[in-house]
Design a protein around this ligand. Structure first.
Ligand code: ADP
Ligand code: MG
Length: 250
């Protein structure tokens, strides 16, 4: 089943064409990695997928429901209420954690399920504590973000995203704000989620991780998908730009 389908997405900032006719499909259970040089449009693509940015043109479907269609060369979005429902289908984990600094860890995880999804507080607390346990943070429920390491904060933000019961989890460079010794603990959490068949879209500069965990990799450059395929196809690709890009990580 297709959880997300984006087609012919275009996005400009002023005169700068950041996304030039991008099409992406995410199947249920798939782990999709997006790689590519800085400035190639990876974050903008994720921000369009998660509706933090509007596309200029293109179509987008979540679980077959139309979030946006293309009409007269412009993206026309569905009604607010429909978009809000579709926003419940996914969660987003940012590079810089984006936790609420004045909320405890537990409150960070519980806030949106209680206030946005209007779920029962006791039920949410039970789930939130379970997720914190799973992230190895069972004893940090009452701590505040500033008392945690970057890796712990990022695990809280993953727990927070999971508490919304998303069908897709998006990550934008989830380890790039972390010291190298903390990167591994986040990659392990994501690897464990992949083993549980969580559908994920991950922008990453961790090439070994992309190679080992992704089912499909997209290589972006200058706002286009320059190459895509299975990790094996990508890493053996003869595409010169792709080889040069990968060469930087060796
Ligand atoms: P990546 O995540 O691959 O590094 P981005 O999607 O962040 O790339 O950015 C792609 C290009 O769009 C860059 O040239 C960036 O400077 C530009 N850009 C991104 N967001 C904005 C914005 N809000 N306003 C103007 N330019 C932007
Ligand atoms: Mg980015």
């Amino acid at each position: 089943m297709k959880l997300l389908e984006m087609s012919h997405v275009k996005k400009k900032f002023g005169d700068l064409e950041v996304l030039k006719d991008i099409s992406v499909t995410v199947e249920e259970g798939q782990v999709l990695a997006i790689i590519g040089p800085s400035g190639s449009g990876k974050s903008t693509l994720l921000r369009c997928a998660t509706m933090l940015e509007t596309m200029d043109d293109g179509e987008m479907y979540y679980l077959g429901e139309q979030a946006a269609k293309s009409e007269g060369g412009k993206a026309v979005y569905a009604k607010q209420a429909e978009l809000r429902r579709m926003q419940g289908y996914y969660g987003l984990v940012f590079q810089n954690f984006n936790l609420f600094p004045h909320f405890s860890v537990l409150k960070n995880v519980m806030d949106a399920p209680v206030h946005v999804q209007k779920r029962d507080k006791a039920e949410v607390e039970k789930q939130a504590r379970g997720l914190l346990d799973k992230m190895g943070l069972g004893d940090k429920a009452d701590a505040y973000p500033y008392q945690l390491s970057g890796g712990q904060q990022q695990r809280v933000s993953i727990a927070r995203a999971l508490a919304m019961n998303p069908k897709i989890l998006f990550f934008d460079e989830p380890t790039s704000a972390l010291d190298p010794e903390l990167t591994g603990e986040i990659l392990k959490v994501i690897r464990d989620l992949a083993a549980e068949h969580m559908t994920m879209v991950i922008v990453t500069h961790e090439m070994n991780f992309a190679r080992n965990v992704a089912d499909h990799i997209i290589f972006m450059e200058h706002g286009v998908i320059a190459e895509q395929g299975t990790p094996e196809e990508l890493f053996n690709s003869g595409n010169q730009r792709m080889r040069e890009f990968l060469g930087k990580f060796e």
